[in-house]
Design a protein around this ligand. Sequence first.
Ligand SMILES: [Zn+2]
Length: 99
Amino acid sequence: MGSKHIIRVWQEVDIDAIEPHLLVAGSTAGDCGNCKEINIELSQKRCPKCGAEFKYIGTRISASAKEAKRIKLKRPDLTIIDLNDFKEIQARKKAHGLF
Ligand SMILES: [Zn+2]
């Protein structure tokens, strides 16, 4: 029998491949990483504005296992990423003029 728990797995990713498919979750609704549309229902498969398909989800509530569980319950189909990691890399890229 498996014992299901949430742990963070560090993985090498292509940041440019994540942003167009990222749903940024707040407590009740989310934002589109692609077009920045706000107030998107967390159950949406695609952005109602730009049509981007969501494959990743990050949460701005907290980087806790409890919050990850909440997100996982709502969207078991999406890969949860750490939003702080994501933002840090974005900021670094901006600083190097790679945007
Ligand atoms: Zn969008």
